[in-house]
Design a protein around this ligand. Structure first.
Ligand code: NAI
Ligand code: AKG
Length: 415
């Protein structure tokens, strides 16, 4: 396995776009560096009475276009560099869809699969307290990401509110509906992936009806995407999670796979399907590939073997710059993460706006507004890529970085 560092990759992607935009070195320095990096070490009492010291991070990359925004992930593999990369991608993502936020991300080094509900709640409450010095409804608004969910957001909201003395629903998004969550947030990321894939498929003259789709990752984003693409008439030929992958060229029933996953904790033992490794689903014959798991999975080592015509990046950072070059040469259309998965943060923005106004919208309105934003962003990115004779990732990064650079210039740099 080659050395992979998400932050180095994010900076490499940034420099490619900055070169193409002919950005000055001064501006590069401002936009490259994270604004704040908070590392916290804090004790959590485990159910057996012992104490474990846990490490967590919150990084705010850039706040020139608005408050920092981005999810929190729980994983044994979290590193500060990974969180810095994810925070930088959030800055570009919010800019590419034109929502008034900067970028942030958080991570806690822990293994939630081996923790009880009580332990997770205590960890979440203590982590929230530790980062409360930089989060807030007008400064930095967390949301769910890998291994966190609406329950974790509810504990965060409650902890922050306890310290404030009153309820502050707008401090996090992705909350349960009963405490100020938004209709449509759960499905938002997958919905956004579908909207931009529809548009890309149309441009490529590929009907979605009957298209073969392979999905890596079967969590919040991947499982819901499998259902939405299935409803669209696609055949879901392969899915995987950390335990392995399954393939059936006739098509899998996503609802049945989901029930199997709920009952057995894995997709890998689902019957009537050929078993394979988690990463093998990236290489199966298909029209559309949806990486929806983690970073750095499509590399120069396997890019040549990817058979899909369209890759819709539901995950953040799944494709390395070396793989991008190979895929572009092959004529594969990569819808980049900062565009493809921006549906999640877009509906988070809707949730925040609703919380601040205490006025809630119907799901139809949310879906319609989301589709409009995703389609306009897709058209803006393809327009930039065409004018600049480059792939969609470079087009998206150029668009996003130029918007953040413009905001930086117009605000002025104090001498
Ligand atoms: N939840 C959200 O709203 C958003 C999530 N994303 C990104 O989407 C990706 C997935 O996030 P969620 O679905 O929320 O997380 P999740 O924790 O709900 O699900 C992650 C899934 O990926 C699987 N997985 C992890 N590593 C894997 C590997 N190496 N091979 C195969 N499967 C693997 C896990 O088993 C699980 O099924 C992440 O990159 C996340 O940053 C992006 C935008 C918004
Ligand atoms: O919903 C949000 O605020 C951010 C979601 C997120 O972490 C992401 O888009 O990667």
């Amino acid at each position: 396995m080659q050395h992979f560092n998400a932050y180095e990759m994010a900076v490499q992607q940034f420099e490619l776009a900055a070169d193409k935009l002919d950005l000055s070195e001064d501006m590069r320095q401002i936009l490259r560096a994270p604004k704040r990096e908070l590392t916290v070490h804090f004790p959590v009492r485990l159910d057996d009475g012992s104490i474990k010291t846990i490490t967590g991070y919150r990084v705010q990359h850039n706040v020139n276009r608005g408050p920092a925004k981005g999810g929190i992930r729980y994983s044994p593999d979290v590193t500060l560099d990974e969180v810095k990369a994810l925070a930088m991608w959030m800055t570009w993502k919010c800019a590419v869809v034109g929502i008034p936020y900067g970028g942030a991300k958080g991570g806690v080094i822990c293994d939630p699969k081996h923790m009880t509900r009580g332990e997770l709640e205590r960890l979440t409450r203590r982590f929230t307290t530790e980062i409360s010095i930089i989060i807030g409804p007008h400064s930095d608004i967390p949301a769910p990401d890998v291994n966190t969910n609406s329950q974790v957001m509810a504990w965060m909201m409650d902890t922050y509110s306890m310290h404030s003395g009153f309820s502050v629903p707008a401090v996090v998004t992705g909350k349960p509906l009963s405490i100020g969550g938004s209709e449509g947030r759960n499905e938002a990321t997958a919905n956004g992936v579908l909207f931009v894939t529809r548009r890309a498929a149309h441009r490529a003259g590929m009907p979605l009806q009957g298209a073969h789709v392979s999905i890596q990752g079967f969590g919040n984003v991947g499982a819901i995407a499998s259902r939405l693409f299935h409803n669209e008439g696609c055949k879901i030929v392969a899915v995987s999670d950390t335990t392995g992958g399954i393939y059936n060229e006739v098509g899998l029933d996503p609802a049945a796979v989901q029930r199997h996953k709920m009952a057995h904790g894995t997709v890998a033992t689902y019957p009537a399907a050929r078993r394979m490794g988690s990463a093998e689903v990236l290489e199966v014959p298909c029209d559309i590939l949806v990486p929806a798991a983690t970073e750095g999975v499509i590399t120069e080592e396997n890019a040549e073997r990817v058979q899909a015509r369209i890759i819709a990046e539901a995950a953040n950072g799944p494709t390395t710059p070396e793989a991008d070059t190979i895929l572009f040469k092959k004529g594969c259309i990569v819808i980049p993460d900062i565009l493809a998965n921006a549906g999640g943060v877009t509906v988070s923005y809707f949730e925040w706006v609703q919380d601040l106004q205490s006025f809630f919208w119907h799901v139809e309105e949310i879906t319609l507004r989301l589709e409009g934003i995703m389609n306009r962003a897709f058209d803006a990115v393809t327009g930039m890529a065409e004018r600049s004779h480059c792939d969609l990732r470079l087009g998206a990064n150029m668009l996003a970085i130029s918007r953040v650079a413009e905001a930086t210039l117009v605000r002025g740099i104090y001498p």
